[in-house]
Ligand binder design. Structure first.
Ligand SMILES: [Zn+2]
Length: 186
């Protein structure tokens, strides 16, 4: 599958360089529960390549299963400004609160499909940064929305699972096209 292909190029003096392509629904890796990872050079290289893939794909968040890895790594950026890049290693959502809000969500694994998803406005999360330091932080609004969407990916939960029957009906031909594409590639 081209979607899940990972290419690794290396030269004798350069560190390993990763380049990811987004894995599309219904690739089975998207349904796996991702596992904790150690914070090391390999994980930092994965994060770097995930940011590059997210930006190249015009996304505001990406989870490691979306690049074919069963690892608990999320990258996101709620503003598009480079200084707002946020990498969450082994994140846990400790608390969701603040009342439900409805927002239209898209997903790089479901190109050109959208669904109105209801989620709590705020989250308290715990995560490890790229230096291996554990943090507890609270987020609200759009960034909390991205975190909850991407966190779903670590649990094998996908946009299609969050769709109302109306959204599913509206996206039916798109979903069927993805499934057909997957079948043909087997
Ligand atoms: Zn997604």
């Amino acid at each position: 599958m081209t979607e899940s292909q990972t290419t690794t190029t290396t030269t004798p003096s350069a560190p390993v360089r990763l380049e990811f392509v987004v894995t599309l629904y219904p690739h089975p890796v998207l349904r796996k529960r991702a596992q904790d990872v150690p914070v090391n050079d390999q994980t930092r290289a994965t994060v770097q390549a995930m940011f590059e893939c997210m930006i190249r794909s015009d996304g505001c968040g990406l989870a490691a299963p979306q690049v074919g890895l069963e690892q608990r790594i999320l990258v996101l950026n709620a503003t598009g400004e480079p200084q707002d890049n946020l990498a969450l290693i082994n994140p846990t959502i400790l608390k969701r609160y603040g009342g439900d809000t409805l927002m239209e969500e898209g997903c790089l694994s479901f190109p050109r499909m959208y669904a109105e998803v209801k989620r709590p406005d705020s989250v308290t999360i715990e995560y490890t940064d790229l230096e291996g330091v554990r943090h507890t932080k609270e987020y609200s609004g759009f960034i909390a929305r991205i975190i909850q969407h991407e966190y779903d990916h670590l649990e094998g939960v996908l946009l299609v699972d969050r769709m109302t029957p109306a959204d599913k009906a509206r996206n039916r031909s798109g979903l069927e096209a993805l499934i057909e594409r997957w079948k043909r590639a087997q």
